[in-house]
Structures are given as C-alpha cells and as structure tokens.
Design a protein around this ligand. Structure first.
Ligand SMILES: [Zn+2]
Length: 410
C-alpha cells in the first residue's frame, strides 16, 4: 500500500487491532443469527510525510453496513452544539464576516453549525452526502448541496461563480480517503483572502494518552500539524494559526489560507511544530512503541473483568459509542464479562453491540440491574456520566475507565 498523501511505500505498522466489524453496525436480535462481516483494522505510518492512516481493505460486495441507517446526527450532543455556536461567533468577529460574505461548510451534517448563520445576513452553503442529515438541515432552512466534496464538485461550484470567505471542515478530514483531492478542492473555492478552518483529532494526543480506541474504519487518517502543513503546501495553502481543543480527547483547529493572502502567521504554528518534534512525531520509534502499550491495556482490561467474574460481581458498561466498540472488540469481550451496555440514544437501544454482542438498554433500566461496576466507555464524558449515575445508583457502585490506563473510583 502507498501513502494516501505522498505516495511513499508504507512499511511501518502503528497499530494492529486485528479484525473488527464497522463500529456503528449495531445488530438487531434477528441479525444475531446471521453471519457478521469483519474487516481488518490496521493502521500504518508513512515515514516520509508522517501521515498515520488505516490500511486499505476490500469491501464485501453485499456490504450495506456503512449506509444511511447509522448516520450520526451532530445535534444529539449538547456540548457539540455549544462548541459550534462559540466557533461561529468567533469567526464572525475575527474575520469580519458580513452581508457580502459566503461561508461553506463541508460535511454540514444536520445543520448543527450552519444554523448559527440562518437569519443573519451572512450567506451559508452546506455540503453533505448523507441524505438523512442533509434533509434535516434543509428543514431548518439551510441551503444544502447533497454530495461528496471533491475537486470536481469545487469546479462545478466555481463555474456557478461561487467562492468562499470561510470554508469549514470540522471533523471531516479524518473521514475522507482522498485528502489530497479534498484539500485541493478547498483551495479552489477560496476567495483571495478567504480562510479555511479544519478540526480533527490530534495524533499527538492519541499517542500520548493511549487513545487506541479512537481508531475505527470510518477514520482513514490521523493528523499532526506537521503533516497537515505539508498537505496544505502542496495545494498552494499555508497554515497561519492553530489552536488545541479539548474535543474528542484532544483536537486541533488549523487555520489555512492561500499563499498570497494577508493573514499573518501566528506564533502558535511554530510552537506546536516544535512541540510535535519534541514528542517524537517525526521518529519511527514513537510509532513503533505504540502496539506494546495497546497490548498492555488489553491484558489489564481482560484481567480486571475475569477477576470480577470470578468474584461474582455484576459488571455493566455505559455509552455504546464507536470508541467503546473498538475497545470491546480488540479485547475480545462478550456478554459473559460485561452483561449490558446502557445508552441514551433510542436508535441503539434493544440492539446489540457489533462483534461483542452485548445487549444495549435504556439507562432507566440500570437501577434494576444494580451493578457493582460501571465501565464508562466514552472516557471523554466520564465526569458528566458519573455525576448522572451517582444520583441514581447505590453508593457502593464503582466506576471504571480503561483509557489511558485502567482506573477505578467510587
Ligand atoms: Zn506519506
């Protein structure tokens, strides 16, 4: 396989999570008696441009698992909505957006972000391939083009005279297989002094905090500022600012513009590049040392669960999110070790987690089960989940997170 950005031959394995079903392929009870499709889940690193990327795999011809049914609606998360709203306010002020401005959001989802521009004088266009979310955005008055973003779509828009003051790509960069085409497309649609902002999980945080469970098939690559800068430069773009965010266990917001634009490079760019270098992100050993850490987590997780099983303790989990599925499948956990997963999303309730086949229940049933241990799978929401559960569960209940290392608390 060749690097998705620079075409260099890939020779270095970063993480081998063996095989796993798609992380959002929740199963109905009928599907439990059918075969389940597993895909290789291996991540390589390019020692030329340092792009961390999943290995290609051949999809099954009958595969319908990555389809619309499992669409993620951004508006279901309140912290996400807040994040989006603050972002829009910041951009309006910082880049003096007005009635002459046009904002384009790629992967606009259900309009969770662009709705902040509806009713204001700033024009906005969303680009979103998933029908269900695009329809939801249209319903609240957002102008949506239902399509995948690419150079060819960018050229089509250019022909219609469309150029943008602000192009937004939040949490989409990791999800696209062809980041070269995507980046070139963005550069084509920029006005001379226009700005691109993209947000994505920072691979430096993934490594530093052992977040191997954020690896799943829907993510094609994991980024450092160093690599993004290289990709941008190839398409006549330069990075002029970067911020570290707390979303998804540690993300970056990268600001880019055309080479000749007037935006001055902030000191944040150089200092983050230096930090990444210091953390060894341009050294192959940093990546090669990750697998033993993952394996160690697995041993501890399995050891913990078997110990509780032997002692007759009731163990459940909370939050049937994608990252939980990576952890459960990599550790080979089934419903004999964790009896239920509780999740507030009604679309997942009364289904089963992919691969691990643990029943998913409405959280209002957790009191009846009265668990001794609750494993909080989305560790990034530990605080808020624990606070909710402490109000309703026995004070002897213990709470456990597995990442960055196994941690138990009352
Ligand atoms: Zn490369």
């Amino acid at each position: 396989m060749k690097c998705r950005h620079c075409g260099h031959k890939l020779n270095h394995l970063f993480a081998d999570l063996h095989y796993s079903p798609p992380s959002n392929a929740y199963l109905t009870s009928e599907q439990l008696s059918m075969p389940e499709i597993y895909y290789p889940l291996r991540v390589q690193v390019c020692n030329n441009c340092w792009l961390v990327q999943t290995e290609d795999y051949v999809k099954s011809a009958t595969d319908g698992l990555f389809d619309d049914n499992y669409a993620y609606f951004s508006s279901t998360s309140s912290s996400f909505l807040e994040h989006a709203k603050n972002y829009c306010e910041e951009m309006k002020t910082r880049f003096s957006l007005n009635s002459k401005s046009l904002v384009i959001e790629i992967a606009s989802n259900d309009g969770y972000l662009l709705k902040n521009f509806v009713g204001s004088e700033i024009k906005a266009i969303g680009i979103e391939p998933t029908k269900s979310t695009a329809e939801a955005a249209k319903k609240i008055g957002i102008n949506v083009i239902q399509d995948f973003f690419s150079v060819s779509l960018a050229k089509k828009l250019l022909n219609e005279g469309i150029k943008s003051d602000l192009i937004i790509g939040n949490n989409v960069y990791a999800h696209i297989p062809d980041i070269n085409d995507f980046s070139e497309g963005m550069s084509l649609l920029l006005k001379p002094n226009g700005v691109i902002t993209i947000e994505m999980p920072h691979v430096m945080q993934l490594i530093k905090h052992n977040q191997f469970d954020t690896i799943y098939h829907e993510h094609f690559s994991y980024h450092s500022l160093y690599t993004i800068k290289k990709i941008f430069e190839k398409y006549g773009l330069r990075v002029f600012d970067v911020e570290s965010l707390n979303t998804h266990g540690g993300s970056l917001r990268v600001y880019g513009c055309l080479n000749n634009a007037s935006h001055k490079e902030e000191s944040s760019v150089k200092s983050l590049l230096n930090l990444e270098k210091k953390q060894g992100l341009q050294k192959i050993d940093t990546y090669k040392n990750f697998q033993p850490i993952i394996d160690n987590i697995k041993t501890n997780v399995v050891d913990f669960l078997i110990d509780k099983k032997k002692k007759g303790k009731k163990v459940v989990a909370y939050g049937a999110a994608a990252k939980g599925n990576t952890l459960l499948n990599y550790c080979g956990i089934k419903s004999d070790l964790i009896s239920y997963v509780f999740d507030a999303a009604s679309a997942k309730q009364n289904k089963y987690t992919p691969g691990s086949h643990i029943p998913i229940l409405n959280p209002d049933k957790i009191v009846e089960i009265d668990p001794d241990y609750v494993i909080i799978l989305p560790w990034n929401l530990k605080k808020e989940i624990k606070e909710q559960l402490k109000d309703i569960l026995d004070s002897n209940t213990k709470y456990v997170t597995m990442i960055p290392t196994l941690e138990e608390s009352s």
